[in-house]
Ligand binder design. Structure first.
Ligand SMILES: *Cc1c(COP(=O)(O)O)cnc(C)c1O
Length: 391
């Protein structure tokens, strides 16, 4: 299976050839619990002599297929599905970190992940240090004897910084610290962090993996050993994906290769258009040679993704006017689906901060994040062009 191409695996990996009722698609096992034939079977199961399901919080056959497919796509031994991306992140961190331990994170990233570390982990006696994204000297200097994990996104949200995964893995090995990458923006189509020696990969499956803006889920992929520790934590915390969500995710993932190829193309075309437009001050897209991580992205990624961030030449109001003039994109948080979505981070994720507080973390008032769907690039560009001409 590992030798087959990405889309062959996206369609077939993890699926049983013979399915219930001779179905071609994997059924939704809409059950909360599983019956034992007799006490003998129960004891055989408890002794670990047979593999089967026991209770819905510990697993469901539809979910297992998703997990096997994701493990195959990301090149990991095992995967674990969660109710949301945040649940995958928080359960992983709680599983990996104990009182008195320490985690190093990079600054540019999902706001709720940072909030979780600063509030809840801190309350549990787990310390965190944030370092400038892509500053490897600062990252290495932040490591202490108690450091158990380095956590980063790549590409990051919203500035699309791309981490050097070879370098990160080397730092991890040298200091005997595990490394986790939130690879939501890349997907296993564009990058497989485990191939570089990264220990854990996390995705918000709500985004590209599901791909249709119709479900919430998260996943972590890694070795059997690490995943089993996180699985024990999930069994206590309970953040599982229900069977119907698992089915929708399975359905979405079969077209992952098709969608990402299209979204990579749209990302590149739109980034080039925006960079050449006089009303656009700056474009953040790792496929442009003007991006600080262009070289690393070319070396370590297969494609640059469908998210383009940019600053228009104007203020908060001008950016809003531009967004309101657009006909195709929906104004909405999230990314990675077939519909193009657009947002002004200053008015969405960072609304509660003052302009100065936002500026300190690089979120300017006129910053816009555009998540390209699978519409035709020509139509998207024509729409952006007419909206820019109106500001
Ligand atoms: C959306 C997102 C998350 C959170 O995922 P949910 O499924 O919304 O809980 C985490 N990390 C990144 C990079 C994201 O884009």
């Amino acid at each position: 299976m590992e030798k087959q191409g990405f889309s062959t695996r996206a369609v077939h990996a993890g699926e049983a050839r013979d399915k219930a009722g001779n179905a071609v698609t994997t059924p939704i096992f809409q059950t909360a619990t599983y019956a034992f034939r007799d006490t003998h079977e129960l004891i055989e199961y408890m002794e670990g002599n047979i593999e089967r399901e026991e209770y819905g919080r510990y697993g469901n056959p539809t979910q297992r297929v998703v997990e096997r497919k994701l493990a195959a796509l990301d090149g990991g031994e095992a995967a674990l599905l969660f109710s949301t991306g945040m649940c995958a992140i928080t359960t992983t961190l709680l599983g990996m970190l104990g009182r008195g331990s320490h985690i190093v994170l990079t600054e540019d990233g999902y706001r709720r992940t940072r909030q979780f570390c600063r509030t809840l982990l801190h309350r549990l006696g787990i310390e965190c240090t944030f370092v400038e994204t892509c500053n490897y000297a600062a990252l290495e200097a932040a490591i202490r004897p108690s450091t158990r994990l380095i956590f980063s996104e790549s590409p990051t949200n919203p500035h699309l910084r791309v981490m050097d995964l070879d370098k990160l893995a080397e730092i991890g090995r040298k200091h005997n610290v595990k490394i986790a990458i939130d690879s939501t923006f890349a997907t296993p189509f564009n990058q497989r962090p485990l191939d570089f020696g990264i220990d854990l990969v996390i995705h918000s499956a709500t985004k590209y993996l599901g791909g249709h803006n119709d479900l919430l889920a998260g996943v972590v992929v890694g070795s059997h050993g690490l995943i089993s520790v996180i699985r024990d934590m999930q069994a206590m915390l309970g953040g599982i994906a229900d069977p119907h969500t698992a089915y929708l995710l399975l359905r979405g993932m079969k077209t992952l290769g098709l969608r990402i190829r299209k979204q990579n193309d749209n990302g590149m075309a739109v980034a080039r258009f925006l960079e050449g437009h006089p009303r656009v001050r700056r474009v953040y897209y790792p496929g442009l040679s003007s991006h600080p991580d262009y070289k690393i992205a070319c070396e370590q990624m297969k494609g640059f993704g469908g998210v383009v961030s940019f600053e228009i030449d104007g203020d908060l109001q001008a950016a809003s006017t531009f967004i309101d003039r657009l006909q195709i994109p929906y104004i909405a948080p999230s990314l990675g689906g077939v519909e193009t979505l657009i947002e002004q981070p200053a008015l969405m994720s960072y609304y509660e901060m003052t302009s100065e507080e936002r500026a300190a973390i690089g979120i300017s008032d006129e910053l816009i994040r555009l998540s390209l769907g699978v519409e035709d690039a020509d139509d998207l560009i024509a729409d952006l062009d007419q909206a820019l001409s109106g500001i």
